[in-house]
Design a binder for this molecule. Sequence first.
Ligand SMILES: *[C@@H]1O[C@H](CO)[C@@H](O)[C@H](O)[C@H]1NC(C)=O
Ligand SMILES: *[C@@H]1O[C@H](CO)[C@@H](O)[C@H](O)[C@H]1NC(C)=O
Ligand SMILES: *[C@@H]1O[C@H](CO)[C@@H](O)[C@H](O)[C@H]1NC(C)=O
Ligand SMILES: *[C@@H]1O[C@H](CO)[C@@H](O)[C@H](O)[C@H]1NC(C)=O
Ligand SMILES: *[C@@H]1O[C@H](CO)[C@@H](O)[C@H](O)[C@H]1NC(C)=O
Ligand SMILES: *[C@@H]1O[C@H](CO)[C@@H](O)[C@H](O)[C@H]1NC(C)=O
Ligand SMILES: *[C@@H]1O[C@H](CO)[C@@H](O)[C@H](O)[C@H]1NC(C)=O
Length: 569
Amino acid sequence: MAITRSTITMTPSGLFLLFLFATTASPAPIALPLSTSSRWVVDGEGRRVKLACVNWAAHLEPAVAEGLSKQPLDAISKSVAAMGFNCVRLTWPLYLLTDSSFGSVTVRQSLERLGLAESAAGVRVNNPGLLDLTLVQAFQAVVSNLASNSLMVILDNQISKPGWCCSKYDDNGFFGDKYFDPDEWLRGLEMMATMFNSSTSVVGMSLRNELRGPKQNISLWYRYMQRGAEIVHSANPDILVILSGLDYDKDLSFLSEKQVNLSFTKKLVFEYHWYGFSDGGDWGSQNPNEVCAMVIGNITRKGGFLLEQGWPLFLSEFGIDQRGVNEADNHFLSCFLSFAAEKDIDWALWALQGSYYIREGQLGLDETYGALSWDWCKARNSSFIQRLSAIQSPFQGPGLSKSSPYNMIFHPSTGLCIVTNSQLKQLQLGQCAESTAWRYTRQKKLMLKGTKYCLQPEGVSKPAKLGFGCKVSSAKWHLISSSKMHISSNLTNNGNNVCLDIDDNGTIMTNQCKCLSLDGTCNPGSQWFKIIRSSREVNDQIFKRCRSQFAQVEQLYPDDWRKHRNSLA
Ligand SMILES: *[C@@H]1O[C@H](CO)[C@@H](O)[C@H](O)[C@H]1NC(C)=O
Ligand SMILES: *[C@@H]1O[C@H](CO)[C@@H](O)[C@H](O)[C@H]1NC(C)=O
Ligand SMILES: *[C@@H]1O[C@H](CO)[C@@H](O)[C@H](O)[C@H]1NC(C)=O
Ligand SMILES: *[C@@H]1O[C@H](CO)[C@@H](O)[C@H](O)[C@H]1NC(C)=O
Ligand SMILES: *[C@@H]1O[C@H](CO)[C@@H](O)[C@H](O)[C@H]1NC(C)=O
Ligand SMILES: *[C@@H]1O[C@H](CO)[C@@H](O)[C@H](O)[C@H]1NC(C)=O
Ligand SMILES: *[C@@H]1O[C@H](CO)[C@@H](O)[C@H](O)[C@H]1NC(C)=O
């Protein structure tokens, strides 16, 4: 199956002729089914596949995928693909399958009995073919339409009893709760896995979302998660089995001592959830450098360690208020993006839906975390989607390219990377898909890979430059502040330090370092950079196109250019 990725192009604010140029190789078709290889998800040919998903809710009271009253199904699938996602984590309530009298009502009946006549009318207009399907058939139709748009699907059992999820006392939280009978759950998983046993686009199942509540118990977690995994695997051996942790999927720490014991290999993935509001309100009140460092430390202890142990960790829910009005969320997102880019993790945004038929009793509730607008017509915030596109394609992993690894300098608050023009005179932010290839050396120099050019400060509030030879002491860059996201140079020996920064036009500058600690009201965003590892293809085609620009470099620096060119050969 070919998965094509549409790129969202940006209007460049300056000269975008690039020197060492990295691009995403044209997407090779994904050979399904997927499996795992150490911490990576790979396709049938062993090539890394990065899950860049969006959650689409179908688990609320109507048990119908949201939005079908607003837009035709195919238009929704196409907008998922157009926003650059390659997969959907589609949620479902257990009773959809285990309560046959529930699953066999029609979409129309389900909406009407909840008093949602207006939604039923909307489905009649936008998706007339779905209106009189049963809930189960409508669910299958959604999966099948996503598949026909080359989108992979992960089925997530969000809850048992249809409704908004998740609260500690909703009786859906843990094995043995009123609405969470383990045997019924196992039966439902088996039915779901069987239902899609011939659908290659269903690539995984999240067995149960956000275990929680007073009944949580580690030994029962192992007992039932292992049983669930075995049952799903025998019903459908092709798919990835995805296990959620305790405490709203924020705790997998128990796995550091004891692994799950399964009869099969290469199909097991763990999932983890990370929201700004789960960090105890810290993002709104404390210094963002300190909060980012602390929270990443916690996440590493509670789940991130699994990557080091050789398991894929799927960040299957994260999100923000996309109106940009919540400062805490804004700080959180920059920290999240730096982590997601550095670890090159698989992820799923919460959420696709711009609005709900009904949520927590409110008709037509607007989802401010939704990637789509309330009417499902367009992206709620295209600059958010642009930022997210930085982490949509893989930076690393098996079979990605033959390029040796290099560094990108990522700027999380814009989702862009440092690029340089072919005259080597201008450093600015550009799309990460066109990032310059850097090398952060042991001597703490930031060199253009394969050359002797390196990043140098020129002074406070001046553009940073590329110097040749890297002999000056100010060409050493230290990663400072708790977050280690300030890239700082000792401009002089008397302690006058500067930090990399950007101006309004995205030109790379050096300024006084700001917001290093304490102050909780200060926003360090413009000075946050993350040096990340990449082995994306360095694109020769673009080299060829730029040859005339290189000729000018040759005139400026004939000797070095010759050496450089030889090193490329
Ligand atoms: C898929 O499940 C159906 C039952 O729904 C079964 O008849 C069929 O043999 C299964 N196919 C495979 C390939 O396992
Ligand atoms: C967890 O469940 C097991 C098996 O039912 C039980 O023996 C154990 O006491 C429980 N542990 C806690 C802390 O509730
Ligand atoms: C793993 O499960 C198998 C089969 O149930 C069992 O025989 C084996 O003892 C288990 N291993 C561990 C370490 O628990
Ligand atoms: C993170 O860990 C620190 C200890 O290092 C602890 O004080 C803090 O409460 C934890 N925060 C969260 C949100 O878990
Ligand atoms: C999009 O988000 C940015 C900040 O993240 C905000 O400044 C902007 O107003 C938002 N745009 C819309 C249309 O909500
Ligand atoms: C340069 O700056 C770093 C980070 O602030 C500091 O640790 C180091 O001591 C400074 N070196 C000199 C020579 O000032
Ligand atoms: C940004 O670019 C505009 C147009 O080229 C220019 O007028 C302005 O001075 C620039 N701003 C900065 C901070 O360099």
